[in-house]
Design a protein around this ligand. Structure first.
Ligand SMILES: CC(C)(COP(=O)(O)OP(=O)(O)OC[C@H]1O[C@@H](n2cnc3c(N)ncnc32)[C@H](O)[C@@H]1OP(=O)(O)O)[C@@H](O)C(=O)NCCC(=O)NCCS
Length: 192
């Protein structure tokens, strides 16, 4: 199956920071995206096991592009601003406009960790969620053992609101979810 060619839509704005660009997926991203999610280090606490076949990246692209809708899900490639190569991805999903909330997810290739790039990408997504989509609350569901992700989200101002026990079972391993929330009011107080 061929992944659909990228068709820019108003639903997915191009967001640019100092070092990263958030843009739609492209056909020529497939190899880089497969490299991200076939790395067991990246997928250690992810909602599916590390990919073992490039067709899994193609299928993911097809559903991310096909499901794009500001009322449901927006999935961006995180690209290096210098060369526009995909280095990760970030998604706003479970978007519920009437209730003013959504969930956020993100992953970067391990070779790009530790430089503040995830913070920069997340700041762009949260700005879009609160300012353009006018959402009131963003949630993150994180394995409490995922120290890097917990640290990142807490640095963004998210509050750990609770623990859902045995919420996931990935490749036979059962895990809990730490549920984090960030309100638009928290965000504005911190970012004005
Ligand atoms: C979660 C994840 C995106 C975090 O990436 P990261 O690169 O560690 O995150 P950051 O952008 O916050 O960068 C972290 C470090 O860069 C440093 N940093 C921050 N800003 C910086 C800047 N402008 N310049 C240089 N370094 C900087 C920080 O000191 C920080 O280090 P610290 O955490 O020891 O304080 C990454 O670990 C990942 O992709 N994990 C796998 C997927 C995953 O688990 N996703 C979450 C599922 S819930």
């Amino acid at each position: 199956m061929q992944a659909p060619t990228e068709h820019p839509r108003d639903d997915l704005p191009l967001l640019e920071g100092a070092r990263v660009r958030l843009r739609g997926f492209r056909e020529d991203d497939l190899g880089d995206f497969y490299a991200v999610h076939s790395d067991p280090v990246v997928n250690r606490y992810w909602s599916f096991p590390a990919w073992t076949d490039p067709s899994q990246a193609r299928d993911y692209f097809a559903s991310a592009i096909g499901g794009r809708d500001a009322d449901r899900m927006l999935c961006w490639a995180i690209a290096d601003l210098d060369n526009d190569r995909l280095i990760g991805a970030t998604t706003l999903f479970a978007i519920n406009r009437p209730q003013g909330r959504a969930e956020v997810g993100y992953a970067l290739s391990a070779s790009h960790w530790g430089r503040g790039l995830a913070q920069e990408a997340l700041r762009l997504v949260l700005g879009h969620a609160f300012d353009a989509l006018e959402l009131r609350r963003i949630e993150a569901d994180i394995d409490p053992r995922n120290a890097g992700s917990c640290r990142l989200i807490e640095r963004m101002g998210f509050v750990r609101e609770g623990l859902l026990r045995e919420r996931w079972c990935v490749a036979g391993e059962v895990s809990d979810s730490a549920i984090y929330g960030l309100l638009a009011t928290d965000w504005r107080a911190k970012n004005l």
